[in-house]
Write a protein that binds this ligand. Sequence first.
Ligand SMILES: C[S@@+](CC[C@H](N)C(=O)[O-])C[C@H]1O[C@@H](n2cnc3c(N)ncnc32)[C@H](O)[C@@H]1O
Length: 217
Amino acid sequence: MVLLNNTGGLKYHLRAFWHRKRWRPFCEFVEIWLNDWVKDLDLNKRQTLVLIGPNAGYTLSQSFISQFRNIIVIEPDPLAYAMFEARFHCGARLVRQDYFSLSDNPPNPEKLRGLFLAFPNSVFLFCNVLGQLPVILREKKGVNVEDYMRRLAKVLHEEIKHHCMASYHDRYSRNLKKPNEFIDHLTGELFTDVKDKKEFPWRLTRLEEHQIEFVRS
Ligand SMILES: C[S@@+](CC[C@H](N)C(=O)[O-])C[C@H]1O[C@@H](n2cnc3c(N)ncnc32)[C@H](O)[C@@H]1O
């Protein structure tokens, strides 16, 4: 159920509102990093931006979004899209297609290639979604999550050679009450060939901290 799931849904909107001040240093880092990325893109590349899993764009800035003429939002949560539009007023188009094939049995990461075929000549930004895939898949019975992520890495490894792409995603997360216990989000092998990488911590709540990796082609 989209509205109640653990990686988005109502809970996420409430968190974003409640912790907006706590999230500010992370959001400022995202803004600087994305604007720095876009300034190196030539102008004819800045036509269509495809955002994958942006939710309401809580971690995105107006200064970044406004640099593109067309915005496509790939997001299963319709409430998130409505709030995205209310925040940015950019006439974004909602696409509710599940390009990660999460609802298939078994899920097939090869289907992500369809995303790049569907939006040629676009710039792609995975918005803190790739590290959520293992969280979603671990809730499904009988899915080999490690194998899915390995095959996803192969797809991304090939597609990034042909497309302008960036991603910020969980590497690890932890509850600060248990500082030695990390959850591995299995993203460490997704972009092994990419040189332009950074990490920055995101304090989501008083006790929850995520280490986020930033990657851009
Ligand atoms: C952790 S939230 C991140 C939200 C936002 N990018 C941010 O940084 O505030 C993960 C998002 O991925 C979305 N999502 C889940 N499955 C998806 C799919 N198959 N395709 C695209 N987005 C998906 C969820 O609805 C949620 O908005």
